[in-house]
Structure formats: structure tokens, C-alpha cells
Design a protein. Sequence first.
Length: 439
Amino acid sequence: MPVLGPDGVAIAGFVILFALMLLRVPIGMAMGLVGVAGFGYLTAAGPALKIVGHTTMRTVTDWNFAVVPLFLLMGAFATTSGMSRELFRAANSFLGHLRGGLGIATIAACGGFAAICGSSVATAATFSKVAYPEMKRFGYPDSFSTGVIAAGGTLGIMIPPSTVLAVYGLITEQDIAKLFIAGIVPGILAVSMYMLTITIISYVRPDFLPAGPRASWSERFAALKHIWATLLLFAFVLGGLYGLPFLPKFTATEAAGMGAAGAFIIGVARGRLSRADILRSLLEATRTTAAVFTILIGAMLFGYFLTITQTPQKVTAFLTGLGVGPYGVLFLILLMYLVLGCLMDALAMIILTVPIIFPVIQSLGFDPIWFGVIIVMTVELGLIHPPVGMNIFVIKSVIERVSISTIFYGVLPFIITDIIRLLIIVAFPALATWLPSHM
């Protein structure tokens, strides 16, 4: 008979989990170890070991989970074939002559690239190589340049297709297509508000940001000709996902597969994917998929532990019994996510917490699609806010000469912008729910 009851085991499990994370044990491994050990402690070793094999096999063979590696592969082919550089050149030709125009062009290009990539880390790493050298060449301060890239990188998990939104949909059994379309308006709002932030900075401090040379209209049209591949891929994937005229109707998994195939065919047809490039893209997508699936399997094993200790039900009862009202509870949840953003990766946050928090949201009557957008926006903020922001460290690894403190200083205005945007979406849920309601 266990010495500790379910409540004591649940508390001990979370303490051990965070201790393992502080010891730098990979989050998927930590969740799996705690989940199996806790489940075995409350039942028996035999059933606990059986769920390891069952859960692993079910996850890697589930058709629905194929959406994750396929979208990652699409992003890898798009990155390797140089679509990000073409988007930046096109945006720069139209906006680069403005004061702070290279920053605005970077945000525009990040938004476009996010539509075919779906990864914030990949977006930040890519534009550290594409946009930073140009901004450095024209005399932009390092703090501003890296801050813009860090903020622009967060668009990768909001603008569809989004790997994080897809995982949220799989965990909560929500329609992934509706989640994707729900992210469009908030994504456009994010791009617009980032651009407005740069405009305000250039107005308040006119000597801080330089202006580049004005491109001729012939140069602008020439730059536009090169982004047809990105537009075609985006229209093909999302058009099929939402059943637009002249396109077959895709499920989310089929859309991911068609997107990966489309990015591959376009890259090869344009001579942008050599055999070595294809191999590199496949390896990159495989490594990232292995990391994601390790977290998924670990989270599912941890989920069995949560179920047997009835943690989700108890958390729901506790939060709804606080007497602070639905939006008070929502505020506490969002605050929790901001704190967790200092400790762990965005995807790990979603996978670990959503099985516990989602029943609370359902009991409070909030729209699950809207909540998915809200959570992703909060996770975005966690990617760039101090003291630990994943995008900050990715940029630092690419641009070694710039200090972490410089990047954090540059990203502060965009953190304020993100908080304002989050409040707007909370106050006006229709911005996220109107498009899905018309599907």
C-alpha cells in the first residue's frame, strides 16, 4: 500500500519533474520518467511498464500525429531553398527606404515565411542570417536589429500553419483547420503592431534608425517576381485545407503532406535543392521530429499519472472555487504561462500544461479555439521575455558577437506590444473566433 496518497504523489511528481528540468534532463525524458514512476507507485510496476510500449507505439503510428513531421519537413525545404531571402528582398525593396524600413521589411518577411514554416525557432535563426547582415551594413544598432528578429521570429507559431497550434489541437481534440484559420487575424494584428512599434521608435528617436536607398519600381517588380513560389505554396496548402474553389479539400495531415511535397517540387524545379540540400533538410526535419515526439510520448506517460491522481479535476475545482470569476482565473493561467516561459520550451509548455488547464477552461465556458490562440500568444511572449527566451538564445548562437543583454534590451518594446495585443484578443474574442465560425 503506498505511503503517500494520490495528492502527495502528485505534488512529489511535480517537484521531481522541475528538479529534473533544472538538472537539464530533457523535458520529454523527465515527464516520461516521473509519469511511469508515479503510475507504478500508485498501481504496480507491470501496468506502468506496459503503458510505455503501448503509448510509444500508438504515438508514432497515429495518422493524425503525422501533421507535425510533415509541416516541419515543409519548413525545412522552404528554408533550404532560399524562400526567406526572397521574401526579405521583396519587402526591403518596398520598405527599405523608410526610416527603420529594414526593420519593417524584416517583420513583413518573417510574417510571410511563418506562413510556410510554422516554427518560431527556425524563423528567428533564418532571419538572423538573412536580415541582420543587411541591417548591420546600413548602420542599424545591434539592439534594434536583434530585437526585431527575435520578435519577428515569434510569428512562426501564430500564422498558419503552426506546429504548436497543431499539437494543441491534437491534445484537446479540436479541429486543427479551425485553429489555423483562427490564427490569421491575430497573426495579421501581430505583424501590424510590430510595424507600428518600429514606426513609433523611428518617430520618437529619429536619429536612432537610418533610412536605406529607395528602390526603383523596376527593381521592386523584379523582386516581386521571385516570391511567386512562396505565394503558390501558401495558397495551395491553405486553399486545400479550407476547400477553396479549384482545389481539392485536404485534411490537416493531408495538407501537411501536400505542403512538404509542394516545397520539395518547387525547390527542385527552381534548382534550389541539390542532393545535399535535400539530405540536410530531411535530417533537420527528422531531428526536430524526434525531439517533438519524445516530448509528446513523455507528456502522454505523464498524462496517465495525472489521470490516476485526478490532478486535472482537482485543479479545476480549486481554480473555479477561488471566487475571482472566469477572467480572474484566466489571468492566473496566463500569468502561470509567463512564469513557465522562463523555464521551458514553448511546445513543452503546451504539452505539459494543457491537459491540466483545458478542463478548467471548459468548465468556465471559454471557447476552446479562442483559448488555443490566447495560449499560443502567451507562449510567443515566453519566447522573447527575460530571463530566458528561446528566440533570444537562438539569435545569440547565430550572431555570437552580440550579447544576450543587448538582444533583451532591443526586444523590450516588442514585449510591451505583445502584452497589449494579448489584452486586445482577450477583450475582443471575435478577432479569433469569427473566421472559424464561418467555416
